[in-house]
Design a protein around this ligand. Structure first.
Ligand code: UDP
Length: 451
């Protein structure tokens, strides 16, 4: 008699791009699919590798990346990407051959889900005839701005003739201004950057796109992008609310700030973090420090070692006397357990670079934001936070004023109320009948049927 193997022994291989903002949602997606019965295999670079002990239920396959001693800073990102893509292909291919060989015993490899920066995956998957899907770790609104950027280039509407036009709204992209586009609109974009963007947009032979976004936030742009990519979309965010609360940090979290938060009044603390990659100069570090000092609000500030451009110990460059002046009112850490921080009742505002994970973590807790975007999708997200969802303000100039506006002003109160309403809507989206919940059911079925 033929044995029918339960479908759920099927294995899914996930290939994250090895930076925090991309690693986190891929690991969360792994947990979500694992909770639906799939076996999860993470094929990852040795550089910035995830911690397997946080995920004993997953299998981890380290890829040979030859990145030891490589400059992995923000400035060398295009070289990092190209090196990963050339170096990892061979070991990924070998692993995949091995996984196929053991299918009879350990279960069929249903598909590979990869971050579209890791385009070597498509070469291997096409060769071995394994279906793939792409994970998008940012919003449809941001991806749509890429398409518009290329359209503007084609129409010769950019580069702009003058810097003053950066404040103008981009036609058909309201409320985005030219300055919010993914790349500078006043100068020629170098060819290697354009090539990267084209490659990032390309979903190659993938049969679907999984999004860490939510229909209520991104509905119209998701709809428009469906006409561009013409494959099924599965917007199943926010991932961190669909998966168990596990640490995804690549850096060691300093949890001492949680007991400091316990001692603060409800909604009184402004949390400040610019994520894992953004850098600022000494002038801005000083402005931030004195802005927080003068605001007279309690603050929790993540001064990541690499935050200050050109230093690997940013906290040593804080202004003299700053720590003394703010003693008892401020807590500084080099890396925080951010999700727990944002869930804490003492936190009433978030001064953020508007990375997409940070944004989701903030709006899911009803915490209004002060937006200080740095690069990539952050400008688009900041604009949506301030002008579409209206749960944030853009930081224009004085930090002290912005902190007061959000933490104690009338505008802040209204924003907080909208943020609380949005939190409820996001909670509904992951419950039975909610858009992300239903989309996840659709994704599971899609993987079960994928050939
Ligand atoms: N994060 C953290 N501790 C910190 C700062 C950030 O755990 O002190 C986490 C944060 O919760 C988020 C991720 O790092 O999940 C940053 O991702 P995001 O997309 O916001 O920004 P990126 O680092 O990619 O610029």
């Amino acid at each position: 008699m033929e044995t029918i193997r339960p479908k759920r022994t099927r294995r899914v291989v996930l290939v994250p791009y090895p930076y925090q903002g991309h690693m986190t949602p891929m690991l969360q997606l792994g947990s979500i699919l694992h909770s639906k019965g799939f076996s999860i295999i993470i094929a990852h670079t040795k550089f910035n590798s995830p911690n397997p002990s946080n995920y004993p239920e997953f299998t981890f396959l380290p890829l040979s990346d030859n990145m030891e001693g490589f400059d992995t800073s923000l400035w060398n990102m295009l070289n990092v990407i190209s090196t990963i893509n050339t170096q990892c292909e061979a070991s990924f291919h070998d692993y995949m051959v091995q996984l196929i060989d053991e299918e009879e015993v350990l279960g069929e490899v249903a598909c590979i889900i990869y971050d579209s920066i890791m385009h070597f995956v498509d070469v291997v998957a096409t060769h071995l005839k394994i279906p793939t899907m792409v994970l998008r770790t940012n919003t449809a609104a941001y991806m749509h701005s890429h398409i518009t950027f290329f359209q503007l280039l084609e129409d010769k509407a950019i580069p702009l003739s003058s810097e003053s036009r950066l404040q103008d709204i981009v036609p058909k992209l309201h409320p985005l201004r030219f300055k919010d586009l993914p790349l500078p609109a006043t100068s020629e974009t170098p060819q290697n950057i354009l090539d990267f963007l084209h490659s990032y947009m390309d979903i190659r032979s993938s049969s679907a796109i999984i999004w860490n976004t939510i229909d209520i936030l991104d509905h119209s742009k998701l709809h428009q992008l469906k006409q561009h990519w013409k494959v099924p979309f599965f917007p199943i965010g926010p991932f961190h609310k669909m998966s168990p609360p596990k640490s995804t940090s690549l850096m060691k979290e300093d949890t001492s700030c949680l007991s400091w938060l316990d001692k603060q009044a409800p909604d009184s603390v402004i949390y400040v973090s610019l994520g894992s990659l953004a850098i600022i100069d000494q002038k801005e570090l000083d402005e931030m420090a004195w802005g927080l000092a003068k605001s007279e609000q309690p603050f929790l500030w993540v001064v990541r070692p690499s935050l200050l451009n050109g230093s690997d110990q940013a906290n040593e460059f804080l202004p003299k006397d700053f720590v003394k002046v703010t003693k008892g009112r401020g807590c500084i850490v080099s890396w925080a357990p951010q999700k727990k921080v944002l869930e804490h009742t003492s936190v009433g505002g978030f001064l953020s670079h508007c990375g997409w994970n940070s944004t989701l973590e903030s709006i899911c807790e009803g915490v209004p934001m002060i937006c200080r975007p740095c690069f990539s999708d952050q400008m688009v997200t900041a604009r949506y936070l301030s002008h579409v969802w209206r749960v944030g303000i853009e930081l224009e100039g004085c930090i002290e004023e912005a902190v007061r506006k959000v933490m104690v002003g009338e505008e802040g109160k209204e924003m907080r109320q909208r943020a609380v309403n949005m939190k409820r809507e996001l909670e509904d989206s992951v419950k039975g009948g909610g858009s992300s919940h239903e989309s996840l059911e659709g994704l599971v079925e899609f993987i079960d049927l994928i050939e």
